[in-house]
Design a protein around this ligand. Sequence first.
Ligand code: ATP
Ligand code: MG
Length: 411
Amino acid sequence: MSKIINVIKGTKDILPKDIPSWHRLESVALDVFSRYGYKEIRTPIFEATELFARGVGDTTDIVNKEMYTFEKSDRSLTLRPENTAGVVRSFIENGMSRLSAPVKLWYHGPMFRYERPQAGRQRQFHQVGVEMFGIEQPTADAEVILLAVNYLKSLGLNDLTVEINSLGCPTCREAYKAKIKEVLKPEFDNLCEDCQNRYERNPLRLLDCKVESCKEIFEKPEIKKVIQSDFICEDCAEHFSQLKSYLDTMGVRYSENKLLVRGLDYYNRTVFEIKSNNLGSQNAVCGGGRYDRLVRNLGGEDTPAVGWAMGMERLNSLLPEVEAEKLDAYVVSNFPKEAFMLAEKLRAEGKSVEFDLTNKKFTKQLEKASKVANFALILGEDEIKSGTVSVKNLATSEQNTVKENEVLALL
Ligand code: ATP
Ligand code: MG
């Protein structure tokens, strides 16, 4: 026997028994997002590496450590680690800025990040997400957060916490960054290695650090005071306060978290996360925010935008499994030709039907039928002679013999 080949570490098969749970995430998304006017988009799974370097940002963990990059014909290509950059590329390339705003798009599919695999963290995982282009007003931020909350509610998830923050605009954030650096300077040697690396390149990312010793440093009174200060400018503050008042009106409960900065470079003003209280340490199900400069950075016209992404594995782990549906009917017969014909007739009418291709004993076939189907369609010698079928309801054991053309109505 040849040696078996295993699935790659950090990736998983989604087996037939799991598929109904995945279909639920996708069909509820289609249903809920359509009600808000979103259209689905599907972009390629690999893109030019430069798209992510510029789009996600070269100070991020994703671009620095987590990308699956390969060369082909002298081009550097990368498996998408997230889908916002790809959607923005497509928005620009297909002239979607000429459409009337807002342009609302949603997607779902696999993403790839070279991370340490653990519960809730894979190297190939799936996201469902939305992007809204063209609206600067906080109504857009409020609507995408409301959409996220309603999607989760429609799935049956209520025990969730929405956290929001405002990162301000590039202008007001620069002063804040400088202040953060200044107040953390005396602590530099006590910061973890990652934070020391981020200190120059992306100082706000420090606040997101999960290392205990760093978290303790941010709790020191003089440092906490700077972190908690209201650094954002008047316009940004007004935008944020309007967002909060829309959320209040819509009954969305949220808390403000000044340590919430998000991993990606492109966010400005609103950022948010939705966390589950039942997920352990990888507890974020949804992350998003506003990214007004990204379209321009990737060569398009200045277009404000806001969006989010959710981890589909994490959603499924919070939800009860969806049971696979049984067949509508299983034909029980030792006459394969007649069984074929009956099955095909019902399939043509949209019913799911199987029969025993190996012509096993009648009793074995009945046993199988009761496991896999809602009805057994018994086609013995008597039935064939009289042009009838005995229809057995496998839940109630009730059985009726009817004319062949009356079977469909009973299923
Ligand atoms: P985290 O803090 O968990 O690493 P992130 O900030 O990297 O999340 P985003 O890039 O915003 O996450 O992705 C949005 C969502 O996608 C996350 O909230 C999470 O549910 C999911 N997600 C991200 N990375 C992974 C992964 N490696 N495996 C499974 N799900 C993931
Ligand atoms: Mg991450």
